[in-house]
Design a protein around this ligand. Structure first.
Ligand code: AOS
Ligand code: ZN
Ligand code: ZN
Ligand code: ZN
Length: 429
């Protein structure tokens, strides 16, 4: 089922076909001189998928304000359709990661059917115990899975189990757990006891996982708790994942670390420990900015992929990370941001595939520092645009993502169907 007509895509591609052919051939020639087969890289890029966050197709906001765009999705079916547009044009985003209760739906089999008709499936499910829902018995103001009160913890556990159940009906096979639990003042929380309560609650969720499911623990240094968080870094996440068992692994959201932290090194450690769940890709300058992937620090994203490609190349056992975007689009059309981020993630992957692993091993073993550094730069500095475009073109996608999307008139069409969403202020700051 196509949301954007096949003719629209073909019309957008038509004037670009000739130059595409010659750019691809030119890059192919350059890579061949390095002993790299462009078609082999293209085949790998085609296999690569990054899941879309359902919450990413709506305009995000800050605690100051939210400025909604036109045609904001009204419910999960609208979100699914918007995600369908991203996938149709990029051919790189067949998975959707839902967030409950935001994406609550009375008929999950209908939702699954619609996704499948768009050639899509449901990736990891996300639970939400970081905000209170209407008519909720116990508040999460002072925590959820780690709350001092047992009934509040039980409510949070129960919600996670309900999310697993919804995910089972949708064909998902993972639960991502991120909690906002922590403290805002020194002395507010007994660190060790809060962590113990986390393990106790999380193991009840773990027990409810179907056999073929994984549980992704997402750490975050701060926010909304600004003095301490219970699962604050990969160390706490790893301790928890270890305590829970083999199905529990650590998810790395790129924005959840202190500035300048060496994230690629964390990734390498988690791979070695068999505990890398996967990623929430985004970019940041200061904290959990949730900017578009690779928009600020593309080299960092490349370095993460360098670790991933190395692990795949070396055949590390059990290596199977889940790739997702987690961004907040405050000033752009979310569909445009998601398309360019998906392409950016693919770009980093393709560039990492270009690194000469044999030469890098030799440079590392021989302590040839500059050659090692340059081997990485050589991959990163290669403009793989024609390769990404060719992969999309051959899969029925758009050579020019933005051009095609804008020419389709999709945003104006949904703006006419969907009522304007309320913007306005956040909290008082
Ligand atoms: C929050 O900072 C995290 O990145 C979570 O992944 C969260 O569930 C998601 O961003 C939706 O708010
Ligand atoms: Zn995240
Ligand atoms: Zn985040
Ligand atoms: Zn983030």
């Amino acid at each position: 089922m196509s949301i954007i007509s096949v003719d629209t895509i073909a019309a957008s591609n038509a004037p670009l076909l000739e130059q595409q052919k010659s750019d691809y051939a030119h890059l192919g020639g350059q890579l061949a001189r390095r002993g790299v087969d462009i078609d082999a890289i293209k085949a790998k890029v085609k296999q690569f998928a990054v899941a879309l966050p359902s919450w990413g197709v709506g305009t995000g906001g800050t605690r100051f304000a939210r400025f909604p765009g036109r045609g904001e999705p009204r419910h999960v079916f609208d979100k699914l359709q918007d995600c369908g547009v991203v996938h149709q044009l990029t051919r790189a985003t067949p998975g959707i990661s839902l967030h409950l209760p935001w994406d609550h739906c009375t008929d999950y089999s209908e939702l699954r059917g619609k996704a499948e008709a768009q050639g899509m499936y449901f990736d990891a499910m996300n639970s939400n115990t970081f905000s209170d829902q209407k008519d909720q018995a116990h508040s999460y103001k002072f925590g959820s899975l780690t709350h001092t009160d047992a009934s509040t913890r039980a409510q949070a556990v129960e919600h996670n189990i309900a999310v697993i159940e919804a995910g089972r009906q949708l064909g998902s096979n993972a639960l991502t757990v991120w909690i906002g639990d922590g403290s805002n003042f020194p002395g507010q929380q007994h660190f060790r006891r809060a962590f113990d309560r986390y393990i106790d609650s999380a193991s009840q969720i773990y027990k409810a996982l179907p056999d073929d499911w994984r549980m992704f623990l997402e750490h975050k240094i701060c926010e909304p708790a600004f003095y301490s968080t219970v699962i604050q870094d990969w160390g706490s996440s790893y301790l928890a994942a270890n305590a829970l068992g083999p199905k529990a692994q650590c998810l790395v959201d790129l924005g959840h670390h202190a500035p300048n932290v060496n994230i690629e090194l964390i990734v390498a450690r988690l791979i070695a420990a068999g505990k890398l769940a996967g990623f929430h890709f985004n970019d940041s300058k200061y904290g959990d900015d949730d900017l578009d992937a690779g928009s600020v620090a593309p080299y960092r994203l490349f370095l993460v992929f360098n670790e991933l490609v190395a692990a795949a190349h070396e055949g590390v056992t059990g290596f199977n990370p889940a790739y997702m975007l987690d961004q907040s689009h405050n000033v752009t059309d979310p569909i445009e941001s998601l398309m360019s981020s998906a392409a950016q993630v693919q770009r980093s992957y393709a560039q990492a595939l270009l690194v000469d692993r044999v030469a890098l091993d030799a440079a590392q073993d021989g302590n040839d520092v500059l050659v090692a550094a340059q081997l990485l730069k050589k991959g990163f500095e290669t403009d793989v645009t024609p390769l990404l475009q060719q992969a999309r073109l051959e899969e029925g996608g758009a050579i020019d993502l933005l051009g095609c999307y804008r020419a389709s008139g999709y945003r104006a069409k949904v703006a006419a169907e969907r009522p304007a969403s309320q913007g306005g202020g956040g909290g008082i700051v």
